[in-house]
Design a protein around this ligand. Structure first.
Ligand code: EPZ
Length: 407
């Protein structure tokens, strides 16, 4: 595989930006929006609240002049956990919200306790009834200092979106630092919010009376970019990804280099080339700027073919190794011990029918299939379509022998 691929806007930013648009009465326009099914679900969530949503080519126009509902029902939340991102904006704008309690998912139980306790500190009262989170703020929201137990991406985002309309100053300590947080803060800033420190562990928000709509371009998807870089690393490359800020990918690039790849970066492009063998590199997932959990499965596919052994440690989610059993069916030598995976590189993988357990693992199985001998049939690819736009077409354009078949 060789050539160039342009990545889409970041799924995990676009979804939150759509929720944030609810904060500002009027028409906000979000561009560089990926054409994926999770975005369609978020558009449904936002429309269900009464906002008028128009989908344009890679853009969402959200008119939040009037909100007619404060509820994100189970039907949508069970389809997509990220629907919980409307909790903060709804309670800030309307003083109440009802959001179905997200259940467990394929990668762990994924609690929302930090979202709840953080918002409680801002004056939100909670009740839990009939599987719903009932949030009310009868006296409005007020600023507070909230120290997160763990730098949760979703909790940081919900707090940020609530704090922008709270009275006084909110300080979020131990905040998540992901580039998608900085992107959300940039959009909120364009709406008129006063935020300092987004992208650092301490975010300070000075509440304002109201926000006004704005336009914003979604940051490039560092996980999509990383996935194509691993595809290049597995097959040799050179593969160049464009449309992503290479500064957002430092740890992934360090690990690709340790794995024997040559990396060249420009501000908005990264090229990977591998001429020698794949070398083993230990990996541990951590909140940003650590190695992203969303790249763990793709790296496991790479390490499965390394010349030697390594340990991959998953620190962010409790159950994100389900992928390993599938790639073992392709001939990989992987042993799971709690949250460590011991990966002994093998000389080759052999194509097999496999099932996608979740989005990133699904992408990783496709990559493993590209490197394997013979045909690999990857089933349940709707998981992949949640987060990757035209994944098969983009891989085929790089020279991969891949096609979609109806299941
Ligand atoms: C976001 O999930 C992403 N999803 C995930 O992307 C990503 O893996 C994750 O951040 C970490 O980077 C979206 O942005 C839509 P967290 P989020 O809150 O916000 C625990 C993908 O493939 N936790 O940082 O849910 C939680 O259980 C995905 O695109 C609590 O215990 O992640 C987990 O173990 C999947 N209590 C850890 O923290 C809470 O209140 C990190 O979760 C909140 C989280």
């Amino acid at each position: 595989m060789a050539g160039e691929v342009v990545v889409a806007g970041a799924k995990n930013s676009a979804l939150k930006l759509a929720a944030a648009a609810l904060l500002a009465p009027g028409r906000s326009r979000i561009t560089n929006v990926p054409d994926i099914s999770d975005v369609a679900t978020m558009a449904d969530v936002v429309a269900g609240l009464g906002a008028v949503v128009e989908r344009e080519d890679h853009a969402l126009v959200i008119d939040a002049t009037e909100l007619t509902s404060y509820e994100a029902p189970y039907e949508v939340v069970s389809r997509m956990r990220a629907s919980i991102a409307v909790l903060g904006p709804l309670v800030a704008r309307l003083g109440r919200a009802r959001v179905a309690m997200p259940g467990g998912c394929a990668i762990g139980s994924r609690k929302v306790d930090m979202h709840i306790s953080g918002l409680q500190a801002l004056g939100v009262r909670f009740a839990f009834e009939h599987g719903n989170i009932e949030a009310t703020a009868p006296d409005g929201l007020h600023g507070a200092t909230v120290t997160l137990e763990f730098p949760s991406v979703g909790a940081t985002e919900n707090l940020l979106m609530a704090a922008v309309l709270a009275r006084g100053t909110t300080v979020i300590e131990n905040a998540a630092r992901e580039p998608e947080i900085a992107d959300l803060a940039a959009f909120l800033g364009a709406l008129g919010a006063r935020i300092e420190g987004a992208g650092t562990p301490t975010i300070t928000v000075t509440g304002v009376e109201s926000l006004t709509p704005a336009d914003h371009r979604v940051v490039g998807d560092r996980i999509e970019a990383g996935t194509f870089l691993v595809a290049g690393a597995l097959t040799g490359g050179p593969v160049t990804v464009r449309g992503v800020d290479s500064a957002h990918m430092e740890m992934v690039l360090v690990k690709l280099e340790q794995a024997g790849c040559h990396i060249e970066t420009e501000p908005e492009a990264i090229t990977v080339l591998r001429e020698g063998p794949i070398l083993p590199a230990d990996i541990q997932t951590l909140p940003y700027p650590g190695f992203p959990t969303d790249m763990q499965a793709q790296f496991m596919a790479l390490m499965a073919l390394a010349e030697g052994s390594c340990v991959i440690t998953e620190n962010v989610f409790e159950n994100r190794f389900m992928f390993a059993d599938e790639i073992v069916r392709m001939g990989a030598d992987i042993r799971i011990e709690g949250h460590h995976a011991l990966v002994k590189g093998v000389d080759s993988l052999s194509g097999a029918p496999v099932r996608c357990p979740d989005l990133r693992a699904g992408a990783a199985l496709v990559l493993a299939g590209l490197a394997a001998e013979g045909e690999t049939e990857v089933m349940e690819t709707t998981h992949i379509e949640r987060g990757y736009e035209r994944f098969v077409d983009k891989l085929a354009a790089l020279g991969a022998d891949i096609e979609t078949r109806e299941e």
